[in-house]
Ligand binder design. Sequence first.
Ligand code: KIV
Ligand code: ZN
Length: 516
Amino acid sequence: MIIENTTTKPRVLVFDTTLRDGEQSPGCSMNLEEKLRIARLLDDMGVDIIEAGFPIASPGDFEAVNEIAKVIKRATVCGLSRAIERDIDVAGEALKPAQNRRIHTFISTSPQHMRYQLQMDEEQVLESIVGSVTRARKYTDNVEWSAMDATRSDWDFLCKAIDTAIKCGANTINIPDTVGYAVPTEFAELITYIRNNVTDIDKAIISVHCHNDLGLAVANSLSGVMAGARQIECTINGIGERAGNAALEEVVMALKTRNDRMPFECGIDTSMIMKASRTLSNTIGFNVQPNKAIVGANAFAHESGIHQDGVLKNASTYEIMTPESVGLTRSELVLGKHSGRHALKSRVAELGYELGDNALNDLFKRFKDLADKKKLVLDEDIIALIEDEAATQDDAIRFLSLQIQAGTKCPQVAELELTIEGATKSITVEGNGPVDAIFKAIRTLVPHDESALQLYQVHAITGGTDAQAEVTVRLAEGARTFNGQGTDADTLVASARAYIHALNKLMANRAKAKAA
Ligand code: KIV
Ligand code: ZN
């Protein structure tokens, strides 16, 4: 089925899998509150389908899909399941509260996967498709079926499998390039082949799900759309298994910017792209590379003299899309230490955030502290502070103060003050360097010996030596990882904040596991 809607241009559905394919990749795990926050953002952005997780994978995954299903009212909420009865039942259960729900079930169709992973022959795979799609239809009439490793499958067997899925009631047929092996011309040929060789293909929407192992995920996805696919599966910042999935922001901006060549429409509010990218980066502690298309720090920066000269004369000389179209505002009003609460409030609103009075008061206090240290407070600084405050507002362990003794002439000592569930605790600890001293101090005040520090990363939010530091800390306990971020003009304070943020998540997870 190709959706030709009321406008003249065909609609391409945006299926976001940040919370499933993205979240399952190393270092990208999120807790329930974080998943809900991302889901709400995706909904506000206009994503058509939110793949909220893989409910059978763990009780946490089930809960996340279930909670997202309760709160998301516009987008369709989707849950993944293997071609296994129990998976489908659990997905059906998790999605029950959703206003609009979809079950996404998959099985591999390539010789490699069927032989080595599934140990099934073609007949068994076809039987499994009948069983899984039929069962999924008991829970919803919106069923997506995926042929895992489709691009390495025998095309005729793939068509047979698709035909079977459609006959059993699947109305979205997803063609994943699971291992990122396809090239754009070949992928388009495959979609065309499917359209020409599956009798009832018009009863379903063809979807594409491309991985980026050869850096071709976006090109393959768009090539698939040009050949007749009408759903693209993608993730914010392109996160996902191995090299990731097609990046939502790249797919959407390519469709918008080159609408002359790709005359399709999609429902995404592109001015929310930067916010979505930053919120995700802050949540998982993965900053995108500076030269990343659309959302990288340099994506709209012009460094060379010739380019700067051109842009100053007319932006169209070197800009194929405006920074504003992706939500990068060029602030006319620069904030500094003389700026008041009102100026901050309107800047926050222009940046697309809505803060209550308490949150604004907290932000204003941190803004003033920063403005004392940094001459100009830029949009990036304000966003980092907002994200930092939002991420830590419910934390039981909170940073109060830090005094450091460091350098070559004395031992490195951290004097740290925290509140733990409202009670103030302080300690002075010596370490091998100031960061070691801080982390030891936290470990002493809140013992958590079973966990290990997996990542410590410092990133400057803007240029200049007075830039705020954004620190990421990842703690690992068992199979789970907990990312924390901290922002401050003082790198050591940011380090303490980041560690405490990760520790709060770890402790909350322990408490939840104990209560269960
Ligand atoms: O890459 C893949 O094949 C998948 C499927 C589960 C759709 O993620
Ligand atoms: Zn995938």
